[in-house]
Structure formats: C-alpha cells, structure tokens
Design a protein around this ligand. Structure first.
Ligand code: GCU
Length: 610
C-alpha cells in the first residue's frame, strides 16, 4: 500500500515537466513586458532550512513539500505551525547584490530566498508569458505559485521560463532560492580576485508574446563580406512554418523568407548601400522582423572584423585597440553594476580615456554594456569566467563553461561592438586545460564565425636571460589574437625593469596586452618609488607603454583596470581595505595621475592609426 501511495504521490510532484528553462528570448526589452524590479522580501537561510527537510531531502522532491519556503505559506489559523514568513521579512532591491545592501550580508555566502508577489492580466488571450532573469549569482531555484520552474547555474547570463499555464490574475508568488556559495567545480571556481556578489543581480521581467513568436534571430554581415547580410530567424510556437519579413527601411530592404517546420529560416540580404559600423562611425540600422502574429525591432550595426598576419582589420582597415579593463561594478555605490546608468558611468569614463575598446572582465556583463557600446562606437572583448584554477578535468565544469559561453554568444550575437569572445583568463598550462579551452573555441566558432577568439594568457621568464619574457602557449594556435597579462614593474620587479625587458612572442598574429599596470591609492602622493603612491603608478604606466611599443605585433592594450574594485584578497589596512587599487580611477570616482598618462598615449595612438 505504502509503495502505491508513494507512486501516486510522485505524480503530485510540484514540478511542471513542460516548464523547462527555454531558449532565452533575445532583445527582451523590445517585448510587451512588466518589470518585477523593485523591493522583494528576503529570508537569509544559511542552513537551507527552506529547501531541505531534516533528513536532508529537498522539499521540492517531496510528494508533500510541507516545509518548502517556495510554497510561501501563510498560517491558516492560530494553531498553524509555520516557521517562516516572507510577508514579515525585510526587503532587498532587485536588481542588486545583497552584499552592498545589508551590512549583515556584506560577506555572506550562502542561500537567500527572494519573494515577489504580482498580479497579472494577459493583454491578449492566447498569448504566452515568460519570466526572464538578466542574471542571478550563482545558483537559482525558481518557483511560481509553489511550482518549480527550474534551476539555473551560472552567475552572469540570462535565463527564462514559460509561466503561461501557472499564472493567476491576482497575487502570483514568485520565489527564488539564490545560492552564491563558491564551488570547486564551479565556473568560476573557489578563488577569484573579485567580490562574490550574490543575489538577483540584474533585471527581472515578465514578457508576453504571441502563441507563435520570434524567439531568436541573427542579423549580421556574412563572414568575409561587406555587403551581404547573413543569419537566421527562429520562431517558437504552434505555427512555425510560415513566412517572415525582414525590413531595413533606411536601406530600402524588405525581404521575405519562409520558416521551415522547425521555425527556422536562413537569411540572406545584399546591399551595396550599407554604412559600416566603426568607432568613428557607430552607424546602427533599424531592423524590423515581422511574422504572421509577431514583430520585433532593434538597431543593429554592420561591420567585419578579422585578422591578417599581425593586423586586426575592422572593415578591412588596420585598427589599434585603445582599451581598458572593466569589472561589472559601480564603485561609487560599491556594488554590482546592473543598469543603463551604470553602463553610462563606466563607458563614459572609458571614453574620457579616448578608448575605442574595452575588455569586460572576467565574466559576461549586463546587456546594457554591449548595447551602449554599439551606440558609442566602442569595441568590446567579452569573456566567460574560466578563471585561474577551475577543474579542467571535470566534464560538468566544461559543461558549465560551454553553457555560459553559449548563452553569452546567444545574447550578444547582434552587437556590432562585440569583436572578441574570450575563453579564459590566466589558466595554468596542462593537457586538460588545453583540450578544455580548445573545446570552447570550437564551440564559439560553431556558433559565430564572424568574430575573433582569444584568451588572456600569461608570460614566463627565461632561466638563462633574466630580461627575457616569453609568451608561448599551446592554446595560441587556436586563437585569432595573442593576448596576455603582464605586470613587469608591479609583481615583477620595479618600474625601471620595463626598460630592460625584451619579449619573445613567436606568433605571426596580432598581440593585445590584456592586462598590465599596478596599484595606487587615489590621493596618496610621494616619490615614484613609493609603492601605492599615484606617482609610482604613473611612472609604471609610462615605462610599461614604452616597453610594449617595442613588441612588433603590438596591436592593442587594455590596462588593469578602469576603476578600483572590491576584492576579498586585498587586505592591506589603510591602503587596500578590501579594494584592488589598480584602477586609474579611485572608488571615489577621482582620476589618478596614471589616467592622464594612458589618455595621452591613446591620443597619440589615435593619430598613428587614423
Ligand atoms: C590578474 C587577474 C586579475 C587580477 C589582477 C591583479 O592578472 O587577471 O583578475 O585582479 O591580476 O592582480 O590585480
């Protein structure tokens, strides 16, 4: 009897099988949406009491999930035993990390439950409704009205779930279990030089779409062409096999294509009138995609990027990347950056440096960054957090890295500003690491053959020549651009050491120095040999840039880093105090002397590469 009951109970499982995580809807901002941004109730749950019953079995796998916080239960009467209450709990702002919002959560790593109650009335019967998260760091278990929608792993990429069949008109309870514990098998792993900001760190949106809607599309210049647009459109829903139209009014384009039974249509459009996107001319075209029951629109730039020998070619012209590295943090506020205003703060600072390029380190940033870079004419290196010592021999870890790479390319494939996909940062050489990264490159190229691929590699010394630095990496043969981080004058000797260093980089490929520089406490002044003074950093920048100019393949640089950022590894009292001080801008927004050295260098570089 007991077994029969158990079997019967299994069918009561609060997981709706058809509510799997869907392909993420791109250009979500162009949809009919309501924002769930704002205040959410939260419960800090370090023992995951709301997830596991006392025998450590997850409630959401229990036939009778009496204790799961995702039920958002209220006491029926005064006798009812319920040991949690979202209604009586405090609130956090979403989007936003919890660390910078509540003193008691500053160092917290563990589970926090979030709950939002919302009413919803469909704008049109028959439409479908999705809940979309810009990102949740690091693991999210998502429930609506007590039913599990799914689990997402990865702290920097979007995901969504269809909720059409679960919605009610009033008081929908959306509950998210967020766990930011670092994991050895994670991507990133346990050790990083940035703050492990936890929470629902980006926008949450309810999006409504027609029964058959435009789920995905890629509209870009065909590889090797500057007058042919190639790509695809993908429909989702019951009537996939239908005609669609692509309109680019300014180019007097209105083309019709037919989606196959899977909803897929390949796109080919020629035009000799295209004004190509570039930093000097960030031209974006309004592109409209129209199906029988849906339409979507966005502004897209058309450009080509490739390499030829040691040159990086943008629209067939050599370009020098005047860059800077950026972490996703609004240092003035002291927390994760997430908004268009945050993106404007960071990219306007980069523009003040006369940058035409930024390296968004070390993980996918929020979507506002690449979209704003499109508008501003700033080229972008985007990266997944395959950082330092991740588990290269763990297939699950590879799966996580590949998923994050897929999601990043899926989201930003229509952004002209994005020119480089980076697979990794400073990963230790090994056979496992080489095959891990090679697998990622192959996947990136299979999704997108129109952009460059790289990774931030490392240099090494030479036992016979103390002044020789060598960049040799088995992974170099698989990338388009040789990128490496170097810290001569900071971690490697003093600034004058730059004067005697020579480089051996045995590749006929463009070279970008993906990190260089050193630290300074903004406002600390002394002689140029006093570590942490602005004068030390200023002198180091001068000597570093002179050294790098001697590298024949030198085609770009992104010094580390635009702005001081929080790191639990930076503990020097009175100087670091939990901040990495390598910014050319202090956490107070004030520029350091090195800022002006870099800007002057870029002003001259721009003259050279007109
Ligand atoms: C490394 C690493 C960065 C780190 C920096 C530093 O190169 O890539 O993430 O913050 O050096 O030491 O400050």
């Amino acid at each position: 009897m007991k077994n029969l009951l158990f079997i019967f109970a299994i069918f009561l499982l609060p997981v709706c099988p058809n509510l799997r995580s869907q392909t993420t809807i791109i250009n979500i901002g162009n949809r009919t949406t309501i924002s769930l941004n704002g205040r959410w109730n939260y419960i800090v749950d370090p023992y995951e009491t709301g997830y596991y019953e006392y025998r450590y079995v997850p409630f959401d796998k229990n036939p009778n999930p009496w204790g799961g916080f995702f039920l958002d239960k209220k006491p029926k009467d005064k006798t009812d035993l319920i040991e949690y209450s979202f209604d009586m709990s405090p609130t956090l702002l979403v989007p936003g990390d919890w660390n910078s919002q509540a003193e008691k959560l500053f160092y917290y790593e563990g589970t926090v439950w979030y709950r939002k109650v919302f009413d919803y009335e469909k704008s049109k019967p028959g439409n479908r409704v999705f809940v979309y998260f810009g990102a949740v760091n690091y693991e999210a278990d998502v429930y609506l009205n007590g039913k599990k929608l799914g689990k997402h792993i990865g702290g920097f990429t979007p995901f969504n779930y269809e909720i059409t069949s679960l919605l009610r008109d009033k008081a929908n309870s959306l509950v998210v279990k967020v766990d930011n514990k670092r994991k050895m098998e994670g991507v990133p792993t346990l050790n990083t030089d940035w703050w492990n900001y936890g929470g629902i760190t980006r926008d949450v949106i309810i999006a409504e779409v027609p029964a058959t809607f435009i789920l995905d599309y890629s509209i870009r210049l065909k590889k090797g062409s500057n007058n042919e647009i190639a790509g695809f459109v993908k429909l989702d829903g019951e009537t996939k096999n239908q005609k669609i139209h692509i309109e680019i009014p300014e180019l007097e384009i209105s083309s019709e294509f037919t989606c196959d039974v899977n909803g897929h249509a390949d796109i080919h459009i020629s035009s000799d009138k295209m004004d190509l996107w570039s930093p000097g001319n960030p031209k974006l075209y309004r592109v409209n995609i129209i199906s029988l029951s849906d339409s979507i629109s966005e502004r897209i730039g058309f450009r080509s990027v490739e390499t030829s020998g040691t040159e990086i070619l943008l629209n067939n012209k050599p370009v020098f990347l005047r860059g800077i590295c950026i972490h996703e943090e609004n240092a003035l506020r002291g927390g994760r950056a997430y908004s268009e205003v945050d993106a404007q703060l960071l990219l306007n600072w980069a523009r003040e440096l006369n940058c035409n390029y930024v390296r968004l380190a070390h993980y996918p940033h929020n979507e506002y960054m690449a979209r704003l870079a499109d508008e501003m004419g700033i080229m972008v290196w985007e990266e997944i957090p395959v950082y330092w010592t991740i588990q290269f021999d763990n297939p699950e870890t590879f799966g996580l890295a590949k998923k994050q790479l897929s999601d990043l390319i899926h989201r930003d494939k229509n952004r002209a500003s994005v020119i480089i996909w980076s697979m990794a940062n400073e990963t230790p050489l090994s056979g496992e690491r080489n095959s891990f990264l090679k697998g990622l490159v192959e996947h990136a190229r299979s999704m997108d053959d129109t952009r460059l691929v790289s990774a931030a590699m490392e240099a090494r010394g030479d036992k016979n020549d103390p002044n020789l630095r060598i960049v040799e990496d088995p992974f170099a043969e698989f990338v388009d651009v040789i990128s490496f981080n170097e810290y001569v004058g900071w971690y490697d000797g003093l600034p004058e050491k730059c004067n005697s260093i020579t480089w051996k980089i045995p590749y006929n490929k463009p070279v970008i120095i993906s990190e260089c520089g050193g630290g300074a406490l903004q406002g600390m002044h002394a002689d140029a040999l006093t570590r942490w003074s602005e004068e030390y950093q200023e002198d180091l920048y001068k000597k570093t840039l002179e050294m790098l100019m001697k590298i024949p393949q030198f085609r770009g640089v992104s010094p580390w880093i635009l702005c001081d950022f929080r790191s639990p590894r930076r503990l020097l009292p009175g100087i670091q105090d939990g901040w990495n001080r390598k910014g050319v801008i202090g956490r107070n927004g004030k520029k350091k002397k090195a800022f002006h050295i870099l800007k002057d260098f870029y002003d001259q570089a721009e003259m050279r590469y007109r």
